[in-house]
Design a protein around this ligand. Structure first.
Ligand SMILES: CC(C)(COP(=O)(O)OP(=O)(O)OC[C@H]1O[C@@H](n2cnc3c(N)ncnc32)[C@H](O)[C@@H]1OP(=O)(O)O)[C@@H](O)C(=O)NCCC(=O)NCCS
Length: 214
């Protein structure tokens, strides 16, 4: 079923969520309101220019045939909340449409998974595959034939050269560069500003100029 006519409900209210509201609207989706447990607990009725619909239980009144969802929870290096919410609500039948900002360039043959968020100024070149619930953040670059798994975050201004593989849940920090042909393992972390010149094993973190492992 097409999600184009279904309004979006935003999950979470924070900095990433504000970016997502702007992205969703720029991509042509109306945003019905926001679900956020903390706002609901404080009985806040409005957030930004949106109605606070309640905590996640508010979705009991908004089934998957009426709304689709957009994840407003960001993913910092080690967080898993974003992944858990996506998995849980998808299992209940909700769609998370892929959102692409109109100022981003996504080559026509690129495969975007459900819930992928491509922010303003990002570039994704031909032959790429971006797994479900991944973020290609503001001004990030993903060059030709890169393969990103699920729940990957390429942070603002990071660059993946061609034919890079990034496995599930990995995080590429702001302004980092990953040279061509490398593999970043599952849940690995490339620190902000790193130039990665060799493969990174799963669940390892690299910071600094010399690819020092910690
Ligand atoms: C890699 C990272 C996750 C490590 O976080 P952390 O485990 O909390 O590390 P700390 O801040 O405790 O720093 C530990 C040490 O590593 C150094 N360090 C941390 N990140 C670094 C980086 N990106 N480059 C160089 N050195 C770094 C710190 O200076 C510190 O050095 P010290 O022990 O000599 O004082 C984090 O620093 C980082 O780069 N995050 C990415 C931020 C980002 O891209 N944000 C975008 C969000 S949209």
């Amino acid at each position: 079923m097409s999600t184009a006519v279904r309004p979006l409900v935003l999950l979470g209210a924070g900095g990433h969520a504000r970016v997502l509201v702007a992205l969703a609207r720029a991509a042509g989706y109306p945003v019905l309101g926001v679900c956020d447990p903390a706002l609901a607990a404080d009985a806040v009725s409005r957030w930004e220019d949106l109605d606070v619909l309640g905590d996640d239980a508010a979705l009991d009144r908004l089934p998957p045939d009426r709304v689709a969802l957009v994840l407003g929870i960001g993913q910092l290096a080690t967080g898993t909340l974003r992944e858990r919410l996506y998995t849980g609500w998808s299992a209940k039948g909700y769609d998370f449409p892929a959102l692409v900002h109109p100022t981003a360039w996504v080559a026509p043959d690129v495969a975007l998974g459900d819930g992928v968020q491509v922010m303003a100024g990002a570039v994704i070149q031909p032959g790429c595959e971006i797994g479900a619930n991944s973020i290609v953040n503001t001004r990030a670059g993903v060059d030709h034939d890169c393969h990103l798994g699920r729940n990957v975050h390429v942070a603002p201004g990071a660059n993946l050269c061609g034919t890079v593989t990034v496995e599930d849940g990995a995080f590429i920090g702001a302004g980092a560069t990953v040279i061509q042909g490398l593999r970043v393992g599952a849940r690995a972390i490339v620190g902000a500003g790193v130039t990665l010149v060799r493969d990174l094993a799963p669940a390892t973190t690299v910071v600094g100029a010399a690819n020092q492992l910690r």
